[in-house]
Design a protein around this ligand. Structure first.
Ligand code: ZN
Length: 453
């Protein structure tokens, strides 16, 4: 069994709580898992990774993305609009131009950016499934993820109803009957869902939003199907005040209470955003273990507000961090996301609102909890060897008294020296082995020119 030793790091952030949060020494990896941590010396024949001048984190986990949007960054008609206008003028206007090449290129851009920011697991919420496709979007995205070596939770989205804000004069977003959608998810899970600890591919059932993508009568059948299939459920909720106003006016209750009536709360469910919550909704989410994918940069970019992530975490709730799609967050990397989370909560709620350590925990252990994947997100013996080694060799890092929090506090372009997924080195000396960046740049330019035409 190959053995690998990470040594000489300035410090280790374990993602665990209390005194176990920080560690020193080396990490030994065997068979894709962490075999030992602490004062270790290299064994004969052991591969050694030098982490001198670096800090070591668990591989970061982004729990909500739309990879197809990685070729829709900074689209002019939507750049200054809030959520509904932005949806109308960017993803809902351009979705039908996303062919197989565009999707593969977008996935490669987004996943490369995540890997180069220390991310080892991503949940991609894909909601484009059209009868006119000659390709399977799940296959395209899984192929790219497998090629790059990142763990992918493919959140199979879509809905039975078109969103009320579809744009005039554009191809309507695809919809399916509930039976067809659930059968497609089942087929997708049979092909790609691997529930093992070391899995690189998992599937979740993910209607785009319970408020507008399904009929209320379909909600219970949907959650029952996801539980029967052994999948987690994911969706968007309460990103803007529109969700709250809609639920109050149509259903007479706020969104989280409305979903409680339909069995849509629990530790096997997580929602993107959850910006607009009242105290009782926060309590209910915490009590049921329902997860939050907190997307501060996207929420800032669209002017949606700042989610009460700290308030949920304080009650023992499940909080994770996510980049969201690049059409509403042009810096879709997790270092930038952590830095923004650290700043935005303090800007609004005061300097004691959140610590750098808490933000890292949202991006690591919190992500593992939200995805129901306890073997990732923390560094301890027996855990999957998903490990990010961040270089602190840029002038922005010089002068730090506590280097362990530098990736959060100093931000800027992330400097990943090495990144491991299940013990396999997927970023080496700051680069993805085999990735042709100039070709990816040319592919992106060609796809953008076609989409914009
Ligand atoms: Zn989203």
């Amino acid at each position: 069994m190959t053995s690998l030793l990470i040594e000489n790091a300035e410090g280790i952030f374990t993602g665990r709580s209390g005194a176990a949060m920080r560690a020193q020494g080396a990490i030994r990896i065997r068979g894709g898992v962490i075999a030992a941590m602490g004062a270790l010396t290299a064994e004969p024949g052991e591969r050694r990774l030098d982490a001198r001048g670096c800090v070591v984190y668990p591989g970061l986990i982004s729990t909500h993305h739309h990879l197809f949007q990685s070729v829709m960054k900074g689209v002019d008609p939507g750049i200054d609009l809030p959520l509904s206008g932005w949806l109308r003028s960017v993803p809902y206007r351009l979705w039908s131009k996303v062919d197989e090449e565009a999707l593969a290129t977008a996935a490669r851009i987004g996943l490369t950016e995540l890997l180069l920011s220390g991310t080892t697991t991503v949940a991609d919420h894909h909601y484009l499934f059209s009868d006119t496709y000659r390709f399977d979007p799940a296959q395209v995205i899984f192929d790219v993820a497998r090629d790059l070596g990142i763990r992918l939770v493919f959140c199979r989205g879509g809905g039975t109803k078109a969103n009320h804000i579809a744009a005039d004069g554009t191809v309507p977003m695809p919809v399916q009957s509930l039976d067809r959608m659930l059968a497609s998810v089942e087929a997708c899970a049979q092909r790609f869902h691997d529930p093992s600890a070391g899995s690189l591919s998992r599937v979740a059932l993910a209607p785009t939003t319970p408020t507008w993508s399904l009929d209320p009568g379909e909600l219970k059948e949907t959650i029952a199907a996801s539980r029967r299939l052994g999948l987690n459920l994911h969706s968007h909720l309460s990103e803007t005040a529109d969700y709250v106003e809609f639920c109050l006016s149509v259903h007479g209750v706020r969104p989280v209470h409305w979903l409680a009536e339909h069995d849509w709360l629990g530790p096997d469910i997580w929602f993107a955003h959850l910006v607009h919550l009242d105290q009782d909704e926060i309590r209910l989410l915490a009590e049921t273990g329902t997860g939050m994918a907190h997307c501060p940069q996207s929420n800032c970019r669209l002017g949606s507000g700042i989610a009460p992530a700290k308030e949920l975490a304080k009650l023992g709730g499940a909080v994770s961090l996510a980049v969201d799609g690049a059409a509403s967050n042009e810096s879709a990397d997790m270092i930038s996301e952590m830095h923004s989370a650290w700043h935005t909560h303090r800007a609004v709620k005061g300097a004691d609102a959140v610590t750098a350590e808490e933000v890292v925990q949202w991006a690591t252990a919190g992500g593992a909890r939200v995805l129901g994947w306890p073997e990732i997100g923390t560094l301890a013996v027996g855990q999957q060897a998903d490990i990010a080694i961040f270089d602190l060799d840029q002038p922005r890092h010089f002068g730090m008294h506590d280097p362990l929090i530098a990736p959060v506090t100093c931000a800027g372009a992330p400097q990943v020296r090495h990144l491991l997924v299940g013990g396999r080195v997927v970023v080496e000396n700051g680069a993805l082995p085999g990735l042709d960046l100039s070709r990816l740049r040319a592919d992106a330019a060609r796809v953008v020119a076609r989409i914009a035409a």
